[in-house]
Design a protein around this ligand. Sequence first.
Ligand SMILES: [Zn+2]
Length: 268
Amino acid sequence: MATTSKKTAPGAAAKTPRRPASKAAPRPAPPDTPEEAAGNESAAGEASATEAIYLGLLTAIMEHRLLAGTKLVEERLCEVTGASRARIRQVFARLAHEKLVTLVPNRGAFVSSPTVDEAREVFQARRVVEPALAAELALRATPAKVRSLRRHAMEEDNARARGDRAAMIRLSGEFHILLAEMAGNAILEKLIREMVSLTCLIITLYDRPGAPACAEHEHRQLIDAIEQRDAARASALMAEHLEHIEGSLDLSMPDSGAPDFYSIFSKG
Ligand SMILES: [Zn+2]
């Protein structure tokens, strides 16, 4: 089967979410022998192909190129990625587990639309976890970690300078993931990854026009506190920063204010 890998037309790929260049799995060359064909079908190869589709969709959600409520058409994704329906469904299941996608029986998969209450819960959880992680990182700060944080802040500046809002939103979120990664607790890091992606969706739904995702100077102040190994200050700055992000959202409307068309129509 691997020898008949169907090539997608170049134009067809244009509408797919961009795969992160560093993590995308390259399409394997056609195998010369049956042994090689069997090798290409290896579990590792399949896992990395699934991962590439997952990362493509995740990045598109984080960059607001896939908006809350968007239907994810299974056939179309099969067509542009060359993956089987089973594999696409596997990716949907993972994203649904992370609450980024909602699976509606007989209707399909949709990018989730977190409610106002869910948005508040996400920020409440972030306020509990992230100040503690920032304090922990301040205690473990090394020059290499600080350099890496500053490099990331510079990437945020570059995106801002070229007016690339999609990259700005994604990089803002990734700054928080990087902090969690460096703090060295894998369970909390996973939690932060999920909450940061959910926050990106929440921002698309409830952002006040013109409000920035993360104020750049606040990230820099955090890095300064971490560099100075000032745990109390790093914790306080992170708590303040999260309050500012939540404050830039309009969460005053009742839940019914956010239209949720697919659940409305799925009741009929
Ligand atoms: Zn931030």
